[in-house]
Write a protein that binds this ligand. Structure first.
Ligand code: ZN
Ligand code: ZN
Length: 125
């Protein structure tokens, strides 16, 4: 029985029940990450525009805010972004779908600025 899922990293559909269909050329760990997997959503706040390493394509320019989702500890993910742990303005449990909602609707808990202009960017195109 197939179990079709969508990968939140490459946006392709794959069959989660088929071990031969799990490889992802884009995902950090080389495996597709289903959009309904629970992980941690985090908001990064920078005092000045900062280039985020390994950012998704929504944030290729230096930015003062970055919203991401990770299955790893957030401190570890922040380090991969080249960010200090002190940049983490918020983190909470959620899925990639929740992450999109945060980008669309929420404001930075540290400075109150709306996240959408910087964090939605290319993702909404
Ligand atoms: Zn994928
Ligand atoms: Zn902020």
């Amino acid at each position: 029985m197939s179990e079709m899922k969508r990968c939140q990293v490459c946006s392709e559909q794959y069959d989660a029940s088929d071990p031969g269909d799990l490889d992802c050329v884009v995902a950090f760990l080389g495996r597709h990450v289903p959009t309904d997997r629970s992980g941690t959503i985090y908001i990064l706040h920078f005092d000045s525009p900062t280039h985020v390493s390994e950012a998704d394509n929504a944030c290729v320019q230096p930015t003062t805010h970055y919203v991401g989702w990770t299955g790893q500890p957030v401190e570890q993910r922040a380090e991969q972004h080249g960010a200090l742990a002190s940049s983490i303005a918020a983190q909470r449990q959620g899925t990639a779908e929740d992450e999109k909602r945060v980008k669309r609707e929420e404001s930075c808990p540290r400075c109150g600025v709306s996240l959408a202009p910087e964090c939605l960017g290319a993702a909404s195109r």
